[in-house]
Design a protein around this ligand. Structure first.
Ligand code: HEM
Ligand code: HEM
Length: 139
């Protein structure tokens, strides 16, 4: 049971790395092509959302098995991240189609994506804290 509890955290670590790489690629323009950036961006959003559903299912299953989780505001932050993903992705798509709006939309796209990565770090903090507690208990 404890081992299965690791699936979601490890998966989300991978999602974070994909997003951080895309962010770096956007800023540095190293290896940047629109197709590549959009492709990796879509993988980041899809993995994060899939991870959200996985975490929610795993947490439910663990609780049903009598495991007490101390996740703080992990669930609330997760739901806050969903609209951020949607708006950041939409801005990326609009950016491409409306070059005249570039100067207004590019910073928004950049900072919203940065916000998703910072929320990821907060999720990692609350998530790993819960996991360490879980692994120091005997049940
Ligand atoms: C559906 C997915 C995405 C689309 C369609 C998209 C689209 C775009 C477009 C069109 C640009 C402007 C390129 C240019 O004209 O120079 C851009 C820049 C950028 N994107 Fe994305 N993007 C997506 C996902 C992401 C993700 C997931 C991240 C990071 C987590 C990200 C971070 C950035 C950054 C940092 C820039 C450069 C901003 C700047 O120069 O200030 N994007 N993106
Ligand atoms: C590296 C980052 C993360 C870590 C270490 C982490 C860790 C955890 C842990 C330990 C759980 C308990 C269930 C389980 O063991 O699978 C959990 C639940 C959950 N996680 Fe994460 N997580 C992370 C990122 C995220 C992100 C980015 C999201 C949302 C996009 C998310 C959404 C959820 C949700 C919705 C739950 C269920 C919460 C509840 O029912 O109270 N997690 N997470």
């Amino acid at each position: 049971m404890k081992t299965l509890a690791l699936i979601h955290p490890l998966f989300q670590c991978l999602s974070f790395l994909v997003g951080a790489y895309n962010f770096w690629m956007g800023l540095s323009r190293k290896g940047f092509t629109y197709r590549r950036h959009r492709g990796i961006g879509t993988i980041y959003y899809a993995m994060s959302l899939l991870g959200l559903v996985g975490g929610w299912l795993l947490a439910r299953w663990l609780r049903e098995g009598g495991v007490e989780l101390h996740l703080g505001n992990h669930l609330e932050v997760a739901f806050l991240m969903v609209p951020l993903f949607l708006v950041a992705a939409s801005l990326g798509l609009i950016l491409r189609r409306r070059p005249r709006l570039r100067s207004a939309l590019l910073p928004l796209h950049r900072y919203l994506n940065l916000a998703t990565l910072l929320f990821f770090l907060l999720q990692a903090y609350t998530g790993f804290s819960a996991l360490f507690r879980l692994h120091s208990y005997r049940y």
